[in-house]
Design a protein around this ligand. Structure first.
Ligand code: ADP
Length: 231
């Protein structure tokens, strides 16, 4: 109950901030107070805050879907994790290129039993972070491998890293190491909590290793697909 109350308070706060900006700027535009040269600047700010609100609402809906245990009603099926990574890497290629970041995928086709949408979200959120928190001309290495009775997804970056005391906290809802940096680059503070939930749904373990200023490596260890695990 306490967590729920905190979450609601956080959601309200996070939504109110961009909403105030949108309302304020729209009011100024509507009243004709803005000089014509400044109209594009004000409109761009409104658009950027509207996009931010959309991203937040989408992430909040994803989390509440997970909270309600909705994916449990979907049938688990054998999913090729590598194919999902190919799709995520392709969809993020342009965002990476714009930041001068190279993204590579290695490994082999590996199946896990799961919900395709959730698995895609794990991969997307980890890759998105690896791009967002990277250094200029950095690199993101994604791989899918088999290690004993586990299928391992690894996303490694050469980015800013996470301070040692905060590697657990980044999985909490709305927790960010640097709030203004996260906001500036379009973060919602919910990505890793979605990853945590979605991994738990698949009985997968998450390992995060990070060195400040040098980079972060996240590994998600999935149980083998039932089919592969059978002798
Ligand atoms: P956000 O939407 O802010 O990226 P996340 O839940 O995905 O939210 O991540 C929480 C915080 O953890 C981020 O705000 C950032 O401070 C930190 N973080 C996540 N991934 C990385 C990474 N690969 N490198 C450095 N910091 C990271």
């Amino acid at each position: 109950e306490q967590l729920r109350r905190e979450f609601t308070a956080n959601v309200s706060h996070e939504l109110k901030t961009p909403l105030h900006t949108i309302a304020g700027y729209a009011e100024m535009l509507a009243s004709g107070m803005v000089q014509s040269d400044d109209v594009p600047k004000f409109s761009a700010q409104i658009l950027s805050d509207a996009k931010r609100m959309t991203a937040l609402v989408e992430d909040i809906l994803r989390l509440s879907h997970l909270d309600e245990g909705a994916p449990g009603q979907e049938r688990r099926q054998g999913i090729d994790l590598y194919a999902l990574c190919e799709r995520a890497v392709a969809s993020l290629a342009e965002a990476a290129r714009q930041r001068g970041i190279a993204i590579s995928l290695t490994g082999s086709r590996q199946r896990v039993d799961g919900a395709e949408k959730l698995l895609a979200e794990i991969i997307f959120n980890l890759c998105d972070n690896a791009i967002k928190y990277n250094q200029e001309n950095g690199h993101v290495a994604v791989s899918v491998t088999r290690e004993g009775d586990r299928v391992v997804l690894t996303v490694q970056d050469m980015g800013i890293g996470i301070p040692p005391g905060e590697t657990d906290r980044v999985f909490e809802r709305f927790y960010r190491v640097d709030k203004s940096h996260s906001k500036e680059i379009g973060g919602t503070g919910l990505g890793l909590s979605i990853v945590k939930h979605a991994a738990a749904y698949h009985d997968a373990k998450i390992q995060l290793d990070s060195q400040l200023g040098r980079g972060t490596r996240v590994r998600v260890l999935f149980p083998l697909s039932q089919k592969e695990a059978q002798p």
